[in-house]
Design a protein around this ligand. Sequence first.
Ligand SMILES: Nc1ncnc2c1ncn2[C@@H]1O[C@H](COP(=O)(O)OP(=O)(O)OP(=O)(O)O)[C@@H](O)[C@H]1O
Length: 687
Amino acid sequence: MASLAPDPDHIKPNTCSNPCRKVRVVAKIRAFTDRESESLNGDSTPWISVHKPKEDSSDRVSISFGDQSTSRKDAYEVDYCYEQNEDSGLIFSREMKPLISRVFDGRNVSIIAYGARGSGKTYIINGSEEKPGLAELAMAEILSMAEELGKLVSISFYEVFQDHVHDLLDPKRREVQVLEDAQGKIKLKGLSQVSVKSTSEFCKLYFGGGSSHKSKQKMALELPRRSHKGLIIHISSCDENSNTKLVGKMNFVDLAGYEDARGKSSDVLNLVESTRINKSLYALLNVVYALNANESRIPYRESKLTRMLQDSLGGTNHVLMITCLSPSFCQDTVYTLSLASRSCQGINRVFRDSTKQSKSSSKLIMLSSLKNGNFGTLSATLKKQTSSRVHFYGKKASCMVNGRKLFNEGNHLINSKQTESISDTASAALSKCSSDIASAMVPSLEEEESISEVSSVTVFKEEETSLPSAPRDTEPTPIEKQETSPAAFNMLEPSIPDKDVSPHSEISDLAVSLGDGKENQNVVMNENGSPPLSARLQEISNNLKSLYSSTPLHVKMPQKIDTPPSSTQLFSTNDYVEPKTPVFEQNSRINDKWEIAKINSPWETFNTRSSRMKHSLVQEYLRFLNTASKEELKELKGIGEKRATYILELREESPEPFKNLDDLKDIGLSAKQVKGMMKKVAGELFS
Ligand SMILES: Nc1ncnc2c1ncn2[C@@H]1O[C@H](COP(=O)(O)OP(=O)(O)OP(=O)(O)O)[C@@H](O)[C@H]1O
């Protein structure tokens, strides 16, 4: 089969400037779109300057923004940079062709397109009608080699949307389960794998109906949502008995675009979506950083995507990260390049250079934006950027030196800042809900911020804390336990000692917290500034008391906000207590659930309320486990140091690990224990 790539005989393959590094990081400046070219009006002054070392030098390429005369020390370094006139064919020949033979040798190869929104990630992988993208070029080459070597080729295509994986080759887009077997091998349960024999067959499957550019657009239109998309090309061998065995695979990952949505959008959903996406991008960059720094622990468990790619990223596998850059002024492009550059540097170097870069990038952006007339938005951006960096280097220097979670702080900053904006919008929405209960239950901003701050610090300390029975990144762990068959996969059963978990001890502890509140007089705020647990519980207790004592018609129902759960938890339905309608009420013809209280007997009314209260308390308990800091968790009797550490680990995997009482099994607590405890707490309220 003929290769679609330009004749590469004269093209020298690029090699990594530092062979110890596992992930090669290159940049690609996108060509101008027709619209951009028109709006340039003949002004061809480039916004991005690329400083390439002399040929045959192992030096890296440096990229700067704004004024071309800017000195090289102000630039961001990457392994190489492909400029606007250098197309996918060249990138394929120089970067990917040498890697394809490795797949046939049993290695896994991953090509990851990363960058700001609209920076050309999809284009580089999918191409256009005139120019095939990297995926099509690679497929042609792989099919040709497979034919020669008698191997089989098949593909899978998936999407990671809000931490859920969906099979894009399945018309029903069924969800895929990410599992890990007892040997630590990742299994993508439910992901189709379709055999491919020609590039036209591939294009039909991948672009959904044909190989034309139109159909590529169509696929994009079908899935307008922002998500990570992954193509896997599997190469297998077949023995005499027709048993197939995987030889190697090539992953293409078209990441969702990075966007700092603060100030750009007041749409809460958009902010929440951006936060989620950025969080998963930081998770991936943390993995890239840890791989390049040769760290012993790679934080694969930070996101679903890194978990899925786990078996293709480390070891002797090859990873090429293409950082796509927008050719015209884009603050997000500067930021994504700065992260990419940092992810491929050594620990000490990151620390030193990044400090410089924080100043220089501000200077450069200033120059550039003056030139582009973007002065209005710039000062705010710069202020944010500068304060972020100051915060980062001031507070987290030790973490940087440890070389762990390079981008966690960025994540935290984005989260907390976004939380701020989300909270503003949310408070506007919530102001409509004048319910006493809602306002009592929505945590204050300071509290949310302090919680996120503490969690990030705790994460840094994770290595120091040991929980022998809890799973680590290097140990086999089931990822989605609900789908895990105990025979096939290890169930996660932490052997946490039960000595201090008796329901009685928990009851008494909570009862004290909810009791007369005397101990609160002696308790000052936690060091992170959040109110102590007992204060929080006391507040809940007071609100529940007032709920109980008020006549039903005095309590306004909180307006339900139809928002997906966010990583910030602000819009979790657990954030306010919505009294639930008991089953018998649902069958009733009376629509107003509060009316029921007026017509039932006092005993029925009492029963209805008490079940609501129990439910509210349970929900609050779960919310507490999902959001509290380690110190706060430890305050709950029955949790202790080990359980608190383990709960934080679970929260790293999923932002809200405790959705119902059954989830408490993961930490060795039974639903019965917690229900009993809450019943006792409710009893204490009226004793
Ligand atoms: N090399 C190129 N030549 C011409 N047009 C290009 C090129 N690269 C990208 N484009 C155009 O730029 C626009 C943005 O590109 P693309 O959709 O690939 O960005 P993206 O980074 O995938 O965006 P998102 O983050 O929203 O997914 C598209 O209209 C695309 O056709």
